[in-house]
Design a protein around this ligand. Structure first.
Ligand code: GDP
Length: 295
């Protein structure tokens, strides 16, 4: 595995005599280590550069207490800045309408369908919601079947129209059905593609326009690392989503995508997926993610 940041900084500070302050000279080498640690954690390189510039400003001139090694002080500055950047308000989903509507967005394979099931399960068991899941993927019958199977597992009905080719109409019909059957929450799973394409973007933008959802969540695979930034940016430009869901954090990724996405689109990360099972869902904790990125 990678050498963690504390070890790296201990090494670079070892060369320095006991200075009372962090200075321009002793910080330069350290910042290289910080940047390297971020790149190892798959943080986007532009974001890593920006981040180290901020850390430099915060670190310069800080008094090193006799009880704290300069390397420890640097790790603390880096950690706190990471947590500050990834933190923020609006951690929970905002559900105002009746029924409330949550729309999923993201590439195929990012974990949208799995997360739709997990979220329905969480809001049902923890908030007493009565959700209806909606399968809006008109291209892959397997995706509809996948959602149906998940729905069965968690005891949540799934609305789908096997013969329809019109996702906007399916979504509208689903909301009607929810109203008629007394559901207070509609979770709409949409079609994704392996890469961003115009048709997919137009389709999800049309669903947004027709439904006016309470929340649009962007789901992204944390293993996609550097690429996650571009995907997040494009989806945000088209949809102006409310929050991010980072999936597959049970893998061996250090989760740098969290920092990259947060820095570039400035939307809160709300949930993290930690497995394939329906209960493998956590709300996002910036401090924990900072620890993970630093290793
Ligand atoms: P979609 O195409 O965006 O709907 O993605 P899916 O929900 O079908 O997920 C793609 C694959 O990733 C499936 O095999 C899921 O079981 C898996 N998956 C989704 N979320 C997680 C997660 O948090 N951890 C792990 N290990 N696998 C996940």
């Amino acid at each position: 595995m990678f050498e963690n940041l504390s070890e790296r900084l201990d090494r670079s500070f070892k060369l320095l005599k006991g200075e009372g302050k962090i200075t321009e000279i002793n910080v330069a080498e350290t910042l290289k280590d910080v940047r390297k640690a971020l790149l190892d954690a798959d943080v986007n390189y532009k974001v890593a550069k920006q981040f180290t510039d901020t850390v430099k400003e915060k670190a310069l001139g800080q008094n090193v207490l006799t009880s704290v090694k300069p390397s420890q002080l640097m790790v603390k500055i880096v950690h706190d800045e990471l947590a500050r950047l990834m933190g923020g308000t609006a951690i929970d989903v905002e559900l105002k309408s009746s029924p409330a509507v949550i729309l999923m967005s993201g590439l195929q394979g990012s974990g949208k369908t799995t997360f739709s099931g997990k979220l329905a399960n969480m809001l049902k068991s923890k908030k007493g919601k009565n959700p209806l899941l909606v399968a809006c993927d008109v291209y892959r019958p397997a995706a509809i079947e996948q959602l149906r199977v998940l729905g069965e597992q968690i005891g949540v009905p799934v609305y789908s129209e096997i013969d329809s080719k019109n996702p906007v109409q399916i979504a509208l019909n689903a909301v009607k059905e929810a109203r008629a059957k007394g559901h207070d929450l509609v979770i709409v799973d949409t079609a994704g593609r392996l890469a961003i394409d115009e048709q997919m973007m137009n389709e999800i933008a049309a669903i947004k326009k027709a439904l006016n959802p309470d929340e649009i969540l962007f789901v992204v695979d944390s293993m996609t690392g550097q690429d996650a930034v571009n995907t997040a940016k494009e989806f945000n430009e088209r949809l102006d989503f409310n929050g991010v869901v980072l999936t597959k954090l049970d893998g061996d990724t250090r989760g740098g995508a969290a920092l990259s996405i947060r820095s570039v689109v400035d939307k809160p990360i709300k949930f993290v997926g930690t497995g394939e099972k329906m209960d493998a869902l956590d709300i996002f904790h910036p401090e924990r993610m900072a620890d993970r990125i630093l290793g």
